[in-house]
Design a protein around this ligand. Structure first.
Ligand code: FES
Length: 246
């Protein structure tokens, strides 16, 4: 896992401002939270900023802090914790390669080697044409289809060295291949195809019960609100007289 630090000052832009489209999205995100709780929108605002400029910059972090009334350091903590935020300029297609144990046990080393050979050894370093970059990340939450990498909002799964190279070449040409499993696996079923719940009869519609579960008279509102005996009371062991055998 690489160290997550802001890009050096010499490549930071002088300022940041959300553009008109981003401002509309920002307003929607902030409005999701009650007054005084706007800080909850911090991840959304950083994401909107990243989608606008491609990476999270120092001035962007300050602007988000000002907008949400948060100290700079708190926004910085969020930006440096989540690998979804690029702290350096990245390629148009940025491959986030999972190398956490489930992916490692299923061959993520080969995916990393393919990235090093066909994109470059340095992580977070865009290729000369600006099309590609890669980095290692922690679990992407798609372990059943390991090994996995993420590009933008898409996951590429069930990878090996060959499929990784094929994908990298497609990205380089700006023609990404289909996202998802690269072996044709459907969802997260067993690698050789579905082998449980295969009896189609269990999916047949069943008759809907017509009689209500509780056929007794309905309680009135006031009856329903009457206090009943507490569970702790009902289940308390009976008191024993002093000196009684245990
Ligand atoms: S370990 Fe790679 S997706 Fe979970």
């Amino acid at each position: 896992m690489s160290l997550r630090r802001l890009a050096p000052p010499d490549i930071q832009p002088a300022s940041f401002a959300f553009n008109d489209d981003s401002e509309k999205r920002v307003a929607v995100e902030i409005a999701k939270y009650p007054p005084g709780r706007q800080a909850s929108a911090v991840i959304s605002l950083l994401w909107i900023g990243q989608e606008q400029d491609g990476w999270v910059t120092h001035p962007m972090i300050e602007a988000v802090g000002r907008r949400l009334g948060m100290p700079f350091i708190r926004v910085l903590e969020v930006a440096t914790f989540y690998t979804m935020f690029n702290l350096h300029p990245v390629g148009k297609f940025h491959l986030q390669v999972c190398t956490t144990p489930p992916c490692m046990l299923r061959g993520s080393d080969d995916v990393v080697k393919a990235c090093e050979k066909h994109i470059g050894h340095a992580q977070m370093a865009p290729t000369a044409d600006g099309m590609l970059s890669w980095t290692e990340v922690e679990c992407l939450g798609a372990c059943t289809n390991a090994p996995v990498f993420q590009v933008g909002r898409d996951f590429y799964e069930d990878l090996d060295a060959d499929s990784t190279v094929k994908l990298i070449e497609a990205f380089r040409k700006g023609q990404p291949l289909k996202a998802g499993s690269q072996t044709g696996r459907v969802s997260s079923e067993a690698a050789g195809g579905q082998n449980t719940l295969t009896d189609r009869a269990i999916y047949a519609p069943r008759p809907v019960a017509t009689a209500p579960h509780n056929a007794g008279p309905a309680l009135t509102d006031s009856e329903a609100k009457k206090p009943t005996q507490a569970a702790s009371d009902r289940e308390a062991p009976a008191q024993k007289p002093p000196g009684a055998a245990t």
